[in-house]
Write a protein that binds this ligand. Structure first.
Ligand code: ADP
Length: 589
Protein backbone atom coordinates (compact mmCIF):
# COMPACT_ATOMS: atom_id res chain seq x y z
CA UNK A 1 0.00 0.00 0.00
CA UNK A 2 1.55 3.20 -1.22
CA UNK A 3 1.66 6.91 -0.66
CA UNK A 4 -1.02 9.13 0.65
CA UNK A 5 -3.35 11.40 -1.23
CA UNK A 6 -5.87 13.72 0.42
CA UNK A 7 -9.58 14.09 -0.20
CA UNK A 8 -10.48 17.62 -1.34
CA UNK A 9 -14.06 17.06 -2.55
CA UNK A 10 -16.80 14.47 -2.14
CA UNK A 11 -19.68 14.37 -4.64
CA UNK A 12 -21.77 11.23 -4.11
CA UNK A 13 -19.82 8.29 -5.49
CA UNK A 14 -17.14 10.61 -6.87
CA UNK A 15 -14.22 11.79 -4.76
CA UNK A 16 -11.53 14.24 -5.84
CA UNK A 17 -8.15 13.88 -4.19
CA UNK A 18 -4.90 15.80 -4.40
CA UNK A 19 -1.31 14.77 -3.97
CA UNK A 20 -1.95 11.83 -6.27
CA UNK A 21 1.19 12.11 -8.38
CA UNK A 22 2.33 8.73 -9.60
CA UNK A 23 -1.15 7.26 -9.80
CA UNK A 24 -2.47 5.91 -13.10
CA UNK A 25 -5.87 5.73 -14.75
CA UNK A 26 -7.94 2.86 -13.36
CA UNK A 27 -5.62 2.27 -10.41
CA UNK A 28 -7.42 1.06 -7.33
CA UNK A 29 -7.23 3.25 -4.24
CA UNK A 30 -8.63 3.02 -0.73
CA UNK A 31 -10.27 6.12 0.66
CA UNK A 32 -10.11 7.11 4.34
CA UNK A 33 -9.33 4.82 7.20
CA UNK A 34 -12.61 3.01 6.54
CA UNK A 35 -10.79 1.83 3.41
CA UNK A 36 -13.52 2.37 0.85
CA UNK A 37 -12.48 0.91 -2.44
CA UNK A 38 -12.41 3.11 -5.53
CA UNK A 39 -10.89 3.42 -8.97
CA UNK A 40 -9.18 6.42 -10.53
CA UNK A 41 -11.14 7.59 -13.56
CA UNK A 42 -9.58 10.97 -14.29
CA UNK A 43 -6.21 12.54 -13.58
CA UNK A 44 -5.29 16.17 -13.88
CA UNK A 45 -1.98 17.43 -12.51
CA UNK A 46 -1.63 15.93 -9.07
CA UNK A 47 -5.39 15.62 -8.69
CA UNK A 48 -7.38 12.50 -9.37
CA UNK A 49 -11.10 11.76 -9.61
CA UNK A 50 -12.03 8.51 -7.96
CA UNK A 51 -15.22 6.54 -8.43
CA UNK A 52 -15.90 4.87 -5.13
CA UNK A 53 -17.64 1.52 -4.92
CA UNK A 54 -19.06 2.07 -1.49
CA UNK A 55 -21.28 4.62 0.20
CA UNK A 56 -19.29 7.82 0.72
CA UNK A 57 -21.48 9.29 3.48
CA UNK A 58 -19.36 10.66 6.35
CA UNK A 59 -16.19 10.99 4.30
CA UNK A 60 -14.74 14.48 4.67
CA UNK A 61 -12.11 16.71 3.16
CA UNK A 62 -8.60 15.97 4.33
CA UNK A 63 -9.05 12.25 4.78
CA UNK A 64 -6.29 10.04 3.40
CA UNK A 65 -6.32 8.16 0.10
CA UNK A 66 -4.10 5.09 -0.11
CA UNK A 67 -2.68 4.18 -3.50
CA UNK A 68 -2.21 0.59 -4.55
CA UNK A 69 -0.70 1.30 -7.99
CA UNK A 70 -2.67 -1.66 -9.29
CA UNK A 71 -5.75 -1.87 -11.47
CA UNK A 72 -9.04 -3.46 -10.42
CA UNK A 73 -8.53 -7.20 -10.75
CA UNK A 74 -10.57 -10.34 -10.25
CA UNK A 75 -9.40 -13.58 -8.75
CA UNK A 76 -9.71 -16.52 -11.12
CA UNK A 77 -9.53 -20.11 -9.96
CA UNK A 78 -11.53 -22.94 -8.38
CA UNK A 79 -14.35 -21.61 -6.24
CA UNK A 80 -15.84 -19.27 -8.84
CA UNK A 81 -18.65 -21.60 -9.83
CA UNK A 82 -21.70 -21.39 -7.54
CA UNK A 83 -20.45 -18.10 -6.13
CA UNK A 84 -22.66 -15.07 -5.74
CA UNK A 85 -20.53 -11.93 -5.93
CA UNK A 86 -21.13 -8.24 -5.76
CA UNK A 87 -19.83 -5.91 -8.48
CA UNK A 88 -16.27 -5.97 -7.15
CA UNK A 89 -16.20 -9.73 -6.62
CA UNK A 90 -16.86 -9.85 -2.89
CA UNK A 91 -18.78 -13.02 -2.04
CA UNK A 92 -22.20 -11.80 -0.94
CA UNK A 93 -22.93 -14.64 1.44
CA UNK A 94 -19.68 -14.08 3.32
CA UNK A 95 -20.26 -10.35 3.46
CA UNK A 96 -23.72 -10.91 4.88
CA UNK A 97 -22.31 -13.35 7.39
CA UNK A 98 -19.67 -10.87 8.48
CA UNK A 99 -21.66 -7.68 8.25
CA UNK A 100 -25.35 -8.50 8.35
CA UNK A 101 -27.96 -6.97 6.08
CA UNK A 102 -26.33 -3.61 5.79
CA UNK A 103 -23.00 -4.18 4.22
CA UNK A 104 -20.45 -2.43 6.38
CA UNK A 105 -18.15 -0.29 4.36
CA UNK A 106 -14.59 -1.15 3.69
CA UNK A 107 -15.19 -4.83 4.18
CA UNK A 108 -12.63 -7.06 2.51
CA UNK A 109 -13.35 -10.70 1.91
CA UNK A 110 -11.34 -12.72 -0.61
CA UNK A 111 -13.26 -13.77 -3.70
CA UNK A 112 -11.87 -17.30 -3.56
CA UNK A 113 -11.63 -19.20 -0.31
CA UNK A 114 -8.08 -19.39 0.96
CA UNK A 115 -8.80 -22.40 3.16
CA UNK A 116 -10.65 -24.77 0.89
CA UNK A 117 -8.56 -27.52 -0.63
CA UNK A 118 -9.20 -28.71 -4.17
CA UNK A 119 -8.09 -32.00 -5.65
CA UNK A 120 -5.74 -31.16 -8.52
CA UNK A 121 -5.01 -33.71 -11.25
CA UNK A 122 -2.18 -32.89 -13.66
CA UNK A 123 -2.48 -33.54 -17.38
CA UNK A 124 1.11 -32.61 -18.28
CA UNK A 125 4.32 -33.92 -16.78
CA UNK A 126 7.70 -32.71 -15.61
CA UNK A 127 9.94 -32.04 -18.60
CA UNK A 128 7.03 -30.86 -20.81
CA UNK A 129 7.37 -27.45 -22.42
CA UNK A 130 4.38 -25.22 -21.80
CA UNK A 131 3.31 -21.66 -22.51
CA UNK A 132 0.48 -19.30 -21.65
CA UNK A 133 -2.99 -20.82 -21.94
CA UNK A 134 -1.87 -24.46 -21.84
CA UNK A 135 -3.88 -26.67 -19.54
CA UNK A 136 -1.73 -27.95 -16.70
CA UNK A 137 -4.39 -30.03 -15.04
CA UNK A 138 -7.87 -29.81 -13.64
CA UNK A 139 -10.04 -29.72 -10.56
CA UNK A 140 -13.53 -31.20 -10.50
CA UNK A 141 -15.01 -27.98 -9.23
CA UNK A 142 -18.60 -29.20 -9.26
CA UNK A 143 -20.26 -32.24 -10.76
CA UNK A 144 -20.96 -30.12 -13.84
CA UNK A 145 -17.73 -28.17 -14.31
CA UNK A 146 -14.22 -29.46 -14.74
CA UNK A 147 -12.06 -26.46 -13.94
CA UNK A 148 -8.84 -26.42 -15.95
CA UNK A 149 -5.79 -24.75 -14.50
CA UNK A 150 -4.07 -22.69 -17.16
CA UNK A 151 -0.50 -21.49 -17.52
CA UNK A 152 -0.84 -17.77 -16.74
CA UNK A 153 -0.22 -15.05 -19.31
CA UNK A 154 3.47 -14.17 -19.70
CA UNK A 155 4.84 -17.52 -18.53
CA UNK A 156 6.46 -20.18 -20.65
CA UNK A 157 9.13 -22.76 -20.13
CA UNK A 158 9.75 -26.29 -18.99
CA UNK A 159 7.87 -27.91 -16.17
CA UNK A 160 10.22 -28.74 -13.33
CA UNK A 161 7.62 -30.37 -11.14
CA UNK A 162 3.89 -30.88 -11.07
CA UNK A 163 1.93 -32.78 -8.49
CA UNK A 164 -1.46 -34.24 -7.94
CA UNK A 165 -3.00 -33.76 -4.54
CA UNK A 166 -5.16 -31.45 -2.48
CA UNK A 167 -4.20 -27.80 -2.60
CA UNK A 168 -5.56 -24.41 -1.64
CA UNK A 169 -5.69 -21.79 -4.38
CA UNK A 170 -2.54 -20.20 -3.01
CA UNK A 171 -0.38 -23.31 -2.83
CA UNK A 172 1.83 -24.10 -5.83
CA UNK A 173 0.75 -27.05 -7.94
CA UNK A 174 3.59 -26.79 -10.43
CA UNK A 175 6.91 -25.15 -11.00
CA UNK A 176 8.00 -23.89 -14.40
CA UNK A 177 11.55 -23.01 -15.45
CA UNK A 178 11.24 -19.77 -17.41
CA UNK A 179 13.84 -17.45 -18.88
CA UNK A 180 13.54 -15.34 -15.76
CA UNK A 181 14.03 -18.15 -13.31
CA UNK A 182 11.68 -20.67 -11.88
CA UNK A 183 8.04 -19.75 -11.27
CA UNK A 184 5.63 -21.41 -8.88
CA UNK A 185 2.16 -21.80 -10.36
CA UNK A 186 -0.89 -21.67 -8.11
CA UNK A 187 -4.45 -22.44 -9.06
CA UNK A 188 -5.43 -18.81 -8.59
CA UNK A 189 -4.58 -16.08 -11.08
CA UNK A 190 -5.51 -12.43 -11.07
CA UNK A 191 -6.62 -10.44 -14.07
CA UNK A 192 -7.39 -6.72 -14.51
CA UNK A 193 -11.08 -6.54 -15.35
CA UNK A 194 -10.90 -3.76 -17.91
CA UNK A 195 -8.42 -5.67 -20.04
CA UNK A 196 -9.68 -8.27 -22.46
CA UNK A 197 -8.13 -11.67 -21.80
CA UNK A 198 -5.92 -12.65 -24.70
CA UNK A 199 -6.58 -15.37 -27.21
CA UNK A 200 -4.82 -16.57 -30.29
CA UNK A 201 -7.39 -15.75 -32.92
CA UNK A 202 -11.06 -14.93 -33.33
CA UNK A 203 -12.99 -17.39 -35.46
CA UNK A 204 -16.10 -16.55 -37.50
CA UNK A 205 -19.24 -17.30 -35.50
CA UNK A 206 -20.55 -19.99 -37.83
CA UNK A 207 -22.04 -22.44 -35.36
CA UNK A 208 -25.56 -21.79 -34.06
CA UNK A 209 -26.14 -21.74 -30.33
CA UNK A 210 -29.44 -23.50 -29.95
CA UNK A 211 -31.67 -22.68 -27.04
CA UNK A 212 -34.59 -25.06 -27.49
CA UNK A 213 -36.81 -22.00 -27.76
CA UNK A 214 -38.54 -22.19 -31.12
CA UNK A 215 -38.94 -18.50 -31.88
CA UNK A 216 -35.23 -18.02 -31.23
CA UNK A 217 -33.74 -21.05 -32.97
CA UNK A 218 -35.97 -21.11 -36.03
CA UNK A 219 -36.44 -17.42 -36.67
CA UNK A 220 -33.87 -15.32 -34.82
CA UNK A 221 -30.94 -17.62 -34.07
CA UNK A 222 -27.83 -16.59 -32.25
CA UNK A 223 -24.39 -17.94 -33.08
CA UNK A 224 -21.95 -19.41 -30.59
CA UNK A 225 -19.82 -16.46 -29.55
CA UNK A 226 -22.45 -14.04 -30.78
CA UNK A 227 -24.20 -11.06 -29.22
CA UNK A 228 -27.88 -10.38 -28.62
CA UNK A 229 -29.98 -7.73 -27.04
CA UNK A 230 -33.37 -8.14 -25.46
CA UNK A 231 -35.52 -5.35 -24.05
CA UNK A 232 -37.56 -6.22 -21.01
CA UNK A 233 -40.56 -3.99 -20.55
CA UNK A 234 -42.45 -4.53 -17.33
CA UNK A 235 -44.66 -7.63 -17.42
CA UNK A 236 -43.24 -8.96 -20.67
CA UNK A 237 -42.21 -12.31 -19.28
CA UNK A 238 -38.57 -11.33 -19.12
CA UNK A 239 -37.71 -13.38 -16.06
CA UNK A 240 -39.15 -16.54 -17.59
CA UNK A 241 -37.28 -16.11 -20.88
CA UNK A 242 -34.05 -15.44 -19.02
CA UNK A 243 -34.47 -18.56 -16.95
CA UNK A 244 -35.31 -20.56 -20.05
CA UNK A 245 -32.18 -19.35 -21.80
CA UNK A 246 -30.00 -19.97 -18.75
CA UNK A 247 -31.34 -23.51 -18.45
CA UNK A 248 -31.43 -24.59 -22.05
CA UNK A 249 -28.87 -22.60 -24.00
CA UNK A 250 -26.13 -24.85 -25.28
CA UNK A 251 -23.45 -23.55 -22.88
CA UNK A 252 -21.27 -25.20 -20.26
CA UNK A 253 -21.04 -22.21 -17.97
CA UNK A 254 -23.46 -19.35 -17.31
CA UNK A 255 -22.38 -15.99 -15.93
CA UNK A 256 -25.30 -13.83 -14.89
CA UNK A 257 -24.78 -10.17 -14.05
CA UNK A 258 -27.69 -8.47 -12.36
CA UNK A 259 -27.73 -4.69 -12.21
CA UNK A 260 -31.11 -4.18 -10.63
CA UNK A 261 -32.55 -0.80 -9.96
CA UNK A 262 -34.72 -1.62 -7.02
CA UNK A 263 -33.48 -3.86 -4.25
CA UNK A 264 -36.25 -6.38 -4.69
CA UNK A 265 -35.42 -7.02 -8.35
CA UNK A 266 -32.07 -8.29 -7.23
CA UNK A 267 -33.51 -10.21 -4.32
CA UNK A 268 -35.71 -12.06 -6.85
CA UNK A 269 -32.64 -13.10 -8.80
CA UNK A 270 -30.82 -14.17 -5.67
CA UNK A 271 -33.77 -16.26 -4.58
CA UNK A 272 -34.83 -17.64 -7.94
CA UNK A 273 -31.58 -18.55 -9.61
CA UNK A 274 -30.41 -20.97 -6.93
CA UNK A 275 -33.76 -22.76 -7.28
CA UNK A 276 -33.33 -23.48 -11.00
CA UNK A 277 -32.47 -27.00 -12.06
CA UNK A 278 -30.09 -27.95 -14.81
CA UNK A 279 -32.46 -29.90 -17.04
CA UNK A 280 -29.87 -32.31 -18.41
CA UNK A 281 -28.40 -33.46 -15.11
CA UNK A 282 -31.21 -32.63 -12.70
CA UNK A 283 -28.63 -30.88 -10.52
CA UNK A 284 -28.95 -27.25 -9.42
CA UNK A 285 -28.14 -24.93 -12.29
CA UNK A 286 -25.84 -23.04 -9.91
CA UNK A 287 -23.37 -25.90 -10.32
CA UNK A 288 -22.40 -24.32 -13.61
CA UNK A 289 -23.25 -20.70 -12.85
CA UNK A 290 -21.51 -17.63 -11.46
CA UNK A 291 -23.87 -14.90 -10.26
CA UNK A 292 -22.90 -11.26 -9.95
CA UNK A 293 -25.46 -9.11 -8.20
CA UNK A 294 -25.38 -5.44 -7.49
CA UNK A 295 -27.49 -5.06 -4.44
CA UNK A 296 -29.39 -1.85 -4.00
CA UNK A 297 -27.30 -0.73 -1.07
CA UNK A 298 -24.21 -0.49 -3.23
CA UNK A 299 -23.69 2.78 -5.05
CA UNK A 300 -24.06 3.10 -8.81
CA UNK A 301 -20.33 2.99 -9.45
CA UNK A 302 -20.26 -0.67 -8.47
CA UNK A 303 -22.62 -1.42 -11.36
CA UNK A 304 -20.03 0.04 -13.64
CA UNK A 305 -17.46 -2.42 -12.33
CA UNK A 306 -19.80 -5.40 -12.26
CA UNK A 307 -20.08 -5.85 -16.02
CA UNK A 308 -16.30 -5.98 -16.29
CA UNK A 309 -15.98 -8.36 -13.37
CA UNK A 310 -18.56 -10.62 -15.01
CA UNK A 311 -17.13 -10.64 -18.49
CA UNK A 312 -13.60 -11.30 -17.24
CA UNK A 313 -14.80 -14.36 -15.33
CA UNK A 314 -16.68 -15.46 -18.46
CA UNK A 315 -13.55 -15.08 -20.62
CA UNK A 316 -11.60 -17.16 -18.14
CA UNK A 317 -13.98 -20.10 -18.59
CA UNK A 318 -13.91 -19.54 -22.35
CA UNK A 319 -10.14 -19.97 -22.14
CA UNK A 320 -10.70 -23.46 -20.74
CA UNK A 321 -12.41 -24.33 -24.02
CA UNK A 322 -15.97 -23.94 -22.83
CA UNK A 323 -19.04 -22.44 -24.38
CA UNK A 324 -19.93 -19.69 -21.94
CA UNK A 325 -23.10 -17.62 -21.98
CA UNK A 326 -23.05 -14.29 -20.23
CA UNK A 327 -26.32 -12.59 -19.48
CA UNK A 328 -26.33 -8.99 -18.29
CA UNK A 329 -29.53 -7.51 -16.94
CA UNK A 330 -29.84 -4.70 -17.36
CA UNK A 331 -27.18 -2.88 -19.31
CA UNK A 332 -29.36 0.25 -19.13
CA UNK A 333 -28.62 0.41 -15.41
CA UNK A 334 -24.94 0.18 -16.19
CA UNK A 335 -25.25 3.02 -18.71
CA UNK A 336 -27.11 5.10 -16.14
CA UNK A 337 -24.22 4.62 -13.74
CA UNK A 338 -21.89 5.85 -16.47
CA UNK A 339 -24.14 8.85 -16.97
CA UNK A 340 -24.16 9.70 -13.31
CA UNK A 341 -20.41 9.53 -12.94
CA UNK A 342 -19.88 11.48 -16.16
CA UNK A 343 -22.26 14.16 -14.92
CA UNK A 344 -20.32 14.50 -11.72
CA UNK A 345 -17.09 14.77 -13.67
CA UNK A 346 -18.79 17.62 -15.53
CA UNK A 347 -18.02 16.04 -18.89
CA UNK A 348 -19.79 17.32 -21.97
CA UNK A 349 -23.08 15.40 -22.10
CA UNK A 350 -24.29 13.71 -25.27
CA UNK A 351 -27.76 12.31 -26.02
CA UNK A 352 -30.08 12.48 -23.00
CA UNK A 353 -27.15 13.29 -20.74
CA UNK A 354 -25.26 10.07 -21.51
CA UNK A 355 -21.55 10.61 -22.04
CA UNK A 356 -20.27 10.83 -25.60
CA UNK A 357 -18.29 7.62 -25.06
CA UNK A 358 -21.43 5.56 -24.24
CA UNK A 359 -21.38 3.87 -27.67
CA UNK A 360 -17.67 3.11 -27.48
CA UNK A 361 -18.00 1.58 -24.00
CA UNK A 362 -20.92 -0.62 -25.02
CA UNK A 363 -19.09 -1.67 -28.17
CA UNK A 364 -15.93 -2.59 -26.30
CA UNK A 365 -18.00 -4.66 -23.88
CA UNK A 366 -19.82 -6.62 -26.59
CA UNK A 367 -16.58 -7.02 -28.53
CA UNK A 368 -15.34 -9.26 -25.75
CA UNK A 369 -17.82 -11.86 -27.00
CA UNK A 370 -16.64 -14.25 -29.65
CA UNK A 371 -15.56 -17.71 -30.56
CA UNK A 372 -11.80 -17.96 -30.27
CA UNK A 373 -8.86 -20.25 -30.74
CA UNK A 374 -7.38 -20.09 -27.27
CA UNK A 375 -3.78 -19.14 -26.52
CA UNK A 376 -2.52 -22.66 -25.92
CA UNK A 377 0.00 -23.84 -28.48
CA UNK A 378 0.18 -27.30 -27.03
CA UNK A 379 -3.52 -28.10 -27.09
CA UNK A 380 -6.02 -27.17 -29.77
CA UNK A 381 -8.66 -25.38 -27.69
CA UNK A 382 -11.60 -23.40 -28.92
CA UNK A 383 -13.82 -21.48 -26.54
CA UNK A 384 -16.89 -19.36 -27.05
CA UNK A 385 -18.32 -16.45 -25.12
CA UNK A 386 -21.84 -15.46 -26.07
CA UNK A 387 -23.21 -12.24 -24.62
CA UNK A 388 -26.90 -11.52 -24.14
CA UNK A 389 -27.61 -8.06 -22.80
CA UNK A 390 -31.00 -6.94 -21.57
CA UNK A 391 -31.95 -3.30 -21.96
CA UNK A 392 -34.68 -1.51 -20.05
CA UNK A 393 -35.35 1.84 -21.69
CA UNK A 394 -37.61 4.23 -19.80
CA UNK A 395 -41.20 3.72 -20.94
CA UNK A 396 -40.07 0.91 -23.24
CA UNK A 397 -38.97 3.52 -25.77
CA UNK A 398 -36.61 1.87 -28.24
CA UNK A 399 -35.26 5.19 -29.52
CA UNK A 400 -33.48 5.50 -26.17
CA UNK A 401 -29.72 6.15 -26.64
CA UNK A 402 -28.65 3.01 -24.76
CA UNK A 403 -30.88 0.79 -26.92
CA UNK A 404 -29.73 2.49 -30.10
CA UNK A 405 -26.04 2.27 -29.17
CA UNK A 406 -26.53 -1.41 -28.27
CA UNK A 407 -28.33 -2.22 -31.51
CA UNK A 408 -25.41 -0.80 -33.44
CA UNK A 409 -23.10 -3.46 -32.01
CA UNK A 410 -25.17 -6.57 -31.34
CA UNK A 411 -26.26 -8.88 -34.12
CA UNK A 412 -29.52 -10.21 -32.72
CA UNK A 413 -32.51 -8.36 -31.37
CA UNK A 414 -35.25 -10.30 -29.60
CA UNK A 415 -38.02 -7.79 -29.30
CA UNK A 416 -39.81 -8.78 -26.13
CA UNK A 417 -43.12 -6.94 -26.14
CA UNK A 418 -45.51 -6.37 -23.28
CA UNK A 419 -48.53 -6.34 -25.58
CA UNK A 420 -47.87 -9.91 -26.67
CA UNK A 421 -47.58 -10.93 -23.03
CA UNK A 422 -50.91 -9.25 -22.27
CA UNK A 423 -52.51 -11.38 -24.95
CA UNK A 424 -50.80 -14.39 -23.30
CA UNK A 425 -48.53 -15.08 -26.25
CA UNK A 426 -45.34 -16.48 -24.70
CA UNK A 427 -42.47 -16.11 -25.16
CA UNK A 428 -43.50 -12.55 -25.99
CA UNK A 429 -40.83 -12.11 -28.66
CA UNK A 430 -42.25 -10.23 -31.62
CA UNK A 431 -41.84 -12.06 -34.92
CA UNK A 432 -42.20 -8.82 -36.85
CA UNK A 433 -39.75 -6.56 -35.01
CA UNK A 434 -36.99 -8.98 -34.04
CA UNK A 435 -34.02 -9.81 -36.23
CA UNK A 436 -30.88 -11.90 -36.42
CA UNK A 437 -27.87 -11.11 -38.56
CA UNK A 438 -26.46 -14.61 -38.06
CA UNK A 439 -28.71 -16.34 -40.57
CA UNK A 440 -26.04 -16.05 -43.24
CA UNK A 441 -23.07 -16.99 -41.08
CA UNK A 442 -24.66 -20.13 -39.64
CA UNK A 443 -26.31 -21.14 -42.93
CA UNK A 444 -23.74 -23.65 -44.05
CA UNK A 445 -23.61 -25.38 -40.68
CA UNK A 446 -27.39 -25.55 -40.32
CA UNK A 447 -27.96 -26.76 -43.87
CA UNK A 448 -25.41 -29.49 -43.36
CA UNK A 449 -26.32 -30.52 -39.83
CA UNK A 450 -30.05 -29.85 -39.56
CA UNK A 451 -31.53 -29.73 -43.05
CA UNK A 452 -30.74 -28.08 -46.36
CA UNK A 453 -34.31 -26.83 -46.51
CA UNK A 454 -34.14 -25.03 -43.13
CA UNK A 455 -33.82 -21.46 -44.36
CA UNK A 456 -36.35 -21.89 -47.17
CA UNK A 457 -38.91 -22.96 -44.60
CA UNK A 458 -37.89 -20.10 -42.33
CA UNK A 459 -38.41 -17.65 -45.20
CA UNK A 460 -41.77 -19.19 -46.17
CA UNK A 461 -43.02 -19.02 -42.60
CA UNK A 462 -41.84 -15.45 -42.17
CA UNK A 463 -43.54 -14.39 -45.41
CA UNK A 464 -46.81 -15.81 -44.14
CA UNK A 465 -46.50 -13.93 -40.85
CA UNK A 466 -45.78 -10.69 -42.66
CA UNK A 467 -48.67 -11.23 -45.04
CA UNK A 468 -50.91 -11.89 -42.07
CA UNK A 469 -50.12 -8.51 -40.56
CA UNK A 470 -50.98 -6.82 -43.88
CA UNK A 471 -54.21 -8.75 -44.19
CA UNK A 472 -55.26 -8.00 -40.63
CA UNK A 473 -55.62 -4.37 -41.59
CA UNK A 474 -57.96 -5.27 -44.44
CA UNK A 475 -59.95 -7.62 -42.23
CA UNK A 476 -60.35 -4.85 -39.69
CA UNK A 477 -61.71 -2.53 -42.35
CA UNK A 478 -63.92 -4.78 -44.44
CA UNK A 479 -64.24 -8.13 -42.65
CA UNK A 480 -62.92 -11.60 -43.39
CA UNK A 481 -65.58 -12.43 -45.98
CA UNK A 482 -64.03 -9.98 -48.40
CA UNK A 483 -60.84 -12.04 -48.54
CA UNK A 484 -60.01 -14.52 -51.27
CA UNK A 485 -59.63 -18.20 -50.42
CA UNK A 486 -55.86 -17.89 -50.77
CA UNK A 487 -55.76 -15.06 -48.25
CA UNK A 488 -57.93 -16.98 -45.84
CA UNK A 489 -55.45 -19.83 -46.01
CA UNK A 490 -52.66 -17.37 -45.29
CA UNK A 491 -54.49 -16.21 -42.17
CA UNK A 492 -55.22 -19.74 -41.07
CA UNK A 493 -51.63 -20.91 -41.49
CA UNK A 494 -50.10 -17.78 -39.97
CA UNK A 495 -52.26 -18.38 -36.91
CA UNK A 496 -50.96 -21.95 -36.86
CA UNK A 497 -47.38 -20.68 -36.93
CA UNK A 498 -48.08 -18.30 -34.09
CA UNK A 499 -50.09 -20.59 -31.87
CA UNK A 500 -48.76 -24.02 -32.69
CA UNK A 501 -45.12 -23.13 -33.25
CA UNK A 502 -44.06 -19.77 -31.80
CA UNK A 503 -46.12 -20.04 -28.67
CA UNK A 504 -44.15 -22.14 -26.23
CA UNK A 505 -45.12 -22.90 -22.67
CA UNK A 506 -42.09 -22.74 -20.41
CA UNK A 507 -43.93 -24.67 -17.71
CA UNK A 508 -44.95 -27.69 -19.80
CA UNK A 509 -42.65 -30.71 -19.42
CA UNK A 510 -42.29 -31.36 -23.13
CA UNK A 511 -43.03 -27.94 -24.61
CA UNK A 512 -40.41 -26.17 -22.50
CA UNK A 513 -37.61 -27.33 -24.82
CA UNK A 514 -37.72 -28.38 -28.47
CA UNK A 515 -34.75 -29.93 -30.21
CA UNK A 516 -33.78 -28.30 -33.48
CA UNK A 517 -34.69 -31.47 -35.39
CA UNK A 518 -38.18 -31.37 -33.98
CA UNK A 519 -38.49 -27.65 -34.68
CA UNK A 520 -37.61 -28.35 -38.28
CA UNK A 521 -40.21 -31.11 -38.64
CA UNK A 522 -42.85 -28.94 -36.99
CA UNK A 523 -42.37 -26.00 -39.30
CA UNK A 524 -42.09 -28.31 -42.29
CA UNK A 525 -45.45 -29.83 -41.44
CA UNK A 526 -47.11 -26.44 -41.23
CA UNK A 527 -45.64 -25.24 -44.51
CA UNK A 528 -46.62 -28.55 -46.15
CA UNK A 529 -50.15 -28.02 -44.94
CA UNK A 530 -50.07 -24.52 -46.44
CA UNK A 531 -48.92 -25.73 -49.86
CA UNK A 532 -51.32 -28.64 -50.01
CA UNK A 533 -54.26 -26.54 -48.84
CA UNK A 534 -53.52 -24.04 -51.59
CA UNK A 535 -53.26 -26.75 -54.24
CA UNK A 536 -56.56 -28.29 -53.25
CA UNK A 537 -58.21 -24.88 -53.04
CA UNK A 538 -57.12 -24.25 -56.60
CA UNK A 539 -58.49 -27.59 -57.67
CA UNK A 540 -61.89 -26.60 -56.37
CA UNK A 541 -62.10 -27.65 -52.70
CA UNK A 542 -64.19 -25.24 -50.62
CA UNK A 543 -62.26 -22.95 -48.29
CA UNK A 544 -64.86 -23.42 -45.57
CA UNK A 545 -64.15 -27.16 -45.63
CA UNK A 546 -60.40 -26.59 -45.48
CA UNK A 547 -60.84 -24.35 -42.47
CA UNK A 548 -62.64 -27.12 -40.65
CA UNK A 549 -60.06 -29.84 -41.29
CA UNK A 550 -59.47 -32.19 -38.39
CA UNK A 551 -55.76 -32.51 -39.07
CA UNK A 552 -55.35 -28.99 -37.76
CA UNK A 553 -55.84 -30.35 -34.29
CA UNK A 554 -52.99 -32.78 -34.75
CA UNK A 555 -50.79 -29.94 -35.91
CA UNK A 556 -51.72 -28.03 -32.76
CA UNK A 557 -50.62 -30.98 -30.65
CA UNK A 558 -47.22 -31.46 -32.33
CA UNK A 559 -45.47 -29.43 -29.69
CA UNK A 560 -46.47 -31.88 -26.97
CA UNK A 561 -45.03 -34.88 -28.78
CA UNK A 562 -41.80 -36.08 -27.17
CA UNK A 563 -38.61 -35.90 -29.15
CA UNK A 564 -38.29 -39.65 -29.09
CA UNK A 565 -41.67 -39.90 -30.86
CA UNK A 566 -40.78 -37.57 -33.69
CA UNK A 567 -42.08 -40.20 -36.13
CA UNK A 568 -45.60 -39.36 -35.01
CA UNK A 569 -45.16 -35.90 -36.47
CA UNK A 570 -43.99 -37.38 -39.74
CA UNK A 571 -47.27 -39.25 -40.05
CA UNK A 572 -49.17 -35.95 -40.09
CA UNK A 573 -48.01 -35.36 -43.69
CA UNK A 574 -49.95 -38.41 -44.71
CA UNK A 575 -52.98 -37.30 -42.70
CA UNK A 576 -52.97 -33.92 -44.43
CA UNK A 577 -52.99 -35.60 -47.84
CA UNK A 578 -55.66 -38.09 -47.00
CA UNK A 579 -58.04 -35.57 -45.44
CA UNK A 580 -57.66 -33.16 -48.34
CA UNK A 581 -58.10 -36.05 -50.77
CA UNK A 582 -61.32 -36.98 -49.01
CA UNK A 583 -62.59 -33.39 -49.23
CA UNK A 584 -61.93 -33.37 -52.94
CA UNK A 585 -63.74 -36.66 -53.39
CA UNK A 586 -66.74 -35.41 -51.39
CA UNK A 587 -66.71 -32.32 -53.54
CA UNK A 588 -66.79 -34.29 -56.75
CA UNK A 589 -69.65 -36.53 -55.69
P1 ADP B 1 -41.52 -10.09 -15.96
O1 ADP B 1 -40.22 -10.60 -15.43
O2 ADP B 1 -41.39 -9.46 -17.30
O3 ADP B 1 -42.27 -9.21 -15.02
P2 ADP B 1 -42.27 -12.87 -15.81
O4 ADP B 1 -41.16 -13.44 -16.58
O5 ADP B 1 -42.24 -13.04 -14.34
O6 ADP B 1 -42.49 -11.34 -16.18
O7 ADP B 1 -43.61 -13.49 -16.41
C1 ADP B 1 -44.87 -13.17 -15.88
C2 ADP B 1 -45.80 -14.35 -16.06
O8 ADP B 1 -46.03 -14.59 -17.44
C3 ADP B 1 -45.28 -15.66 -15.51
O9 ADP B 1 -45.57 -15.86 -14.18
C4 ADP B 1 -45.99 -16.68 -16.38
O10 ADP B 1 -47.26 -16.96 -15.88
C5 ADP B 1 -46.15 -15.99 -17.69
N1 ADP B 1 -45.14 -16.43 -18.67
C6 ADP B 1 -44.06 -15.73 -19.08
N2 ADP B 1 -43.36 -16.42 -20.01
C7 ADP B 1 -43.99 -17.59 -20.17
C8 ADP B 1 -43.76 -18.73 -21.01
N3 ADP B 1 -42.73 -18.84 -21.87
N4 ADP B 1 -44.64 -19.73 -20.90
C9 ADP B 1 -45.70 -19.67 -20.08
N5 ADP B 1 -45.96 -18.63 -19.29
C10 ADP B 1 -45.13 -17.59 -19.32
Amino acid sequence: MGDLGRVIKVAGPLIIAENMTGSKMYDVVYVSDSRLMGEIIEISGDMASIQVYEETGGIGVGEPVYLTNEPLTVELGPGLIQSIYDGIQRPLDLIYETAGDFITRGIQVPALSREKKWKFTPIVSAGDKVSAGDHLGFVDETTLVKHYILVPEGISGEIISIESGDFTVEEPVAEIKTQNGSKAITMMQKWPVRKQRPYCQKVNPEIPLFTGQRVVDMFFPIAKGGTACVPGPFGSGKTVIQHQLAKWIDANVIVYIGCGERGNEMTDVLLEFPELKDPKSGEPLMKRTVLIANTSNMPVAAREASVYTGITIAEYFRDMGYSVALMADSTSRWAEAMREISGRLEEMPGDEGYPAYLGARLASFYERAGIVKCLSKKQDITGALTVIGAVSPPGGDLSDPVVQATLRVVKVFWSLEAKLAYSRHFPAISWLNSYSLYNDTIKEYVEKNVHEDFFNLQADAMRLLEKESELEEIVRLVGIDSLSGEDRIVLMVAKMIREDFLHQNAFHDVDTYTSIEKQYIMIKTIIYFYRQANDFLNSGVDINQIEKMKVREMIARMKYIEDSDIEKINSIFHDIDSELGQLKKDDET
